[in-house]
Design a protein around this ligand. Sequence first.
Ligand SMILES: CC(=O)N[C@H]1[C@@H](OP(=O)(O)OP(=O)(O)OC[C@H]2O[C@@H](n3ccc(=O)[nH]c3=O)[C@H](O)[C@@H]2O)O[C@H](CO)[C@@H](O)[C@@H]1O
Ligand SMILES: C=C(OP(=O)(O)O)C(=O)O
Length: 460
Amino acid sequence: MESHHIHEASRPDHKLVIVGGSKLSGHVNISGSKNSALAILAGTLCFSGTSKLHNSPNNLSDIKTMFSVLRSLGARVEVLNGELKVDTDGLCSSEPCSDSVMKIRAGIFVLGPILARLGEATVALPGGCDIGARPIDLYIRGLRELGAVVELIYMLIIFLINYYRHGKVCAHAANGRGLVGGSFCLDYPSVGATETLMMAASLADGNTVLSNVAKEPEVVDLAQFLNASGACVEGAGSSTIVIRGRKRLDGPAEHTVIPDRIEAGTFMIAAAITRSCISMSPVIPSHLSSLMDKLSAVGCKIKQTTSHTVEISAERLKIEDGLQGLDVRTGPFPQFPTDLQPQLMALLTTCSGTSSVEESVFEGRMGHVLELEKLGARIRVCGSTALVYGMDQGSALYASRVVAKDLRCGASLVLAGMAAEGITEVEGVSHIDRGYEDLEMKLKGLGAQISRQSSLISHF
Ligand SMILES: CC(=O)N[C@H]1[C@@H](OP(=O)(O)OP(=O)(O)OC[C@H]2O[C@@H](n3ccc(=O)[nH]c3=O)[C@H](O)[C@@H]2O)O[C@H](CO)[C@@H](O)[C@@H]1O
Ligand SMILES: C=C(OP(=O)(O)O)C(=O)O
């Protein structure tokens, strides 16, 4: 057992019970971005003072876990009337609580800020969705370019007849000096490595040039937060970022987190898979271009009704009618997001023809396939590509009991359950709670028949 894949889901859980076949209608409010908020929370460690964050999705379990990470370092975190305040005056530790770090991928995002601010950091290897190896070599190599000495240390923890490997990253600024500016070209535009290096370089002595960086909107949001706190980060959103390091950042900023493009995308696919028409806000349409292109190509009609509102319509008489399968390949932004791949795959099982879905970002992000097959989908996986057979090629969604193996797998199963005939049960809801605020309440508000129940009650 690898220690960095321990999930809340290993505890007794709830399930979502879905009566398939309902049409959706109306409007849904989109929460703030999980991945932006997680990076910005780490960013608050770059300076002293109290930051105010609006639109942070504070009810997500991943965000609450990040609060625990920050608190374990001496920060004070408070949520009052939806407004989040993070006070980092009391930062007193360079080693966050390993149990919390090991629950989420973003646990490792604190490495850069702590190292830059305190000159040393020891952080456990992080958790997050179990979708492949997820190394941190780019973080380590990048920090070394900024003058850090970084080592990975593994311990074998033996407990009765079980054992697991517990890994930690230990870093310190070489020769007791702080970090220094440098140049680093990422082999792959990793979101987390880009964010970590951007935060660390903001406090380095001199200028840093990062090339082949991630261009995701969450990277841009973090850069805006850091700049509002006195940092000088230029070029976020392009493939090269230049950071003019400062000894100390001015401090606390007030910032509004961008809307969650993955949550918005999931609701767009919910409308498509139920052949319904819904609207949603706030969204930043340019963050959703690749999904909107694909949904238009399958046959949905998408309209931007205000600068921050989109309406999607896939209304047809019958679920079997109309939508056409297609080929898709995931990739770094602005390509199709891997975090919407499982949800799109669920939709493609209800379209006509054979679709091809290639996962190019994570090596192990096909965990939803087996579960979708339990709901009647016909899918064949060859390496990193799944051939998805549509309704006219043998897929026929019907109710079953399935398990969310990870966050977006869970979302994809909920969507498939809404299109399946009968009552579907989705277990492992704690994965879904990591990244969707009130998913079932929001879907219910749109007309879905969905409820949360104890896993001990069964409909089968
Ligand atoms: C908390 C958060 O923001 N999570 C998001 C973030 O994850 P995360 O930041 O972990 O994703 P990355 O962009 O780093 O990973 C992309 C690819 O790069 C590889 N890699 C990454 C780092 C490294 O040092 N070495 C390396 O090889 C990974 O194994 C993966 O194959 O971006 C992903 C890609 O958009 C999203 O799916 C996640 O939802
Ligand atoms: C993969 C995801 O999250 P994380 O990186 O936190 O595991 C996700 O949000 O789909």
